[in-house]
Design a protein around this ligand. Sequence first.
Ligand code: ZN
Length: 257
Amino acid sequence: MMKTTTLLRPHMRLTVLGRHGPFPAPLCACSGYLLSAGTKSFVLDLGSGTFARLIERRPLLDMEAIIISHLHYDHMSDLFVLNYALEAKGRVVDVYAPDEPTSVFEALCASKNLIMHKIDAGTKFNIGDVSFSFSRTKHGAVCYACRVEYEGIVFSYTGDTGLCENTETLFSGAHAVLADAGCSRLDKHANTAAHLTIEDALKLFYKNSAKGLIVSHIFGGAVNTPNLSEIADKAPGVFIAEEFSSYIISKDGIIPG
Ligand SMILES: [Zn+2]
């Protein structure tokens, strides 16, 4: 009943194409998400293994734009094969991404089918009635989180980040947050500064009264990974991103759909 009611009101739909980093688990894919709002579709990151899943859902590659949080390969490597597909179909697509590392950005700019736009912390734009704004995260590469607004619904994607001032802002007032929990290993000595732990994401979620949380960027290795489903089951409004699954985002928060 709640799903029917939600679908009658404005909503966004997030589909997980891949959820792993910095490399996939067997038969899985790295970070990539399809976001639909009204009649418009966007791709947030397109990491290794996600293109095959994207073309299954959007065979005409008819998305409005691709937003890349940063130029680490687990978030963008499939842009290079997307380029071949665009070439074959005679299509172009707008891609928004940071321009560092320069060598990677220039390699993308060499494609005639990827129309590259540089983003930075001040970038804001609208595509139809969907608005995007960006903030710098704390990560090994220049990385930007994005905040997407549609019909008063606020959705934040953290990209890859450790704890910083901007993570608070991303969670604050959000109806849904898609959060990096790349440091989901129990051995927290590893890389704690460049990614959130699932505990960090939960703390931010409660402290800033966000309505819903999807935890993703799950470590691709199987070493010391906590039982994520068990953690989510105890926290209403919190979901562990599942590949191929969709989530409906409204002012009420998130429901699977
Ligand atoms: Zn990553």
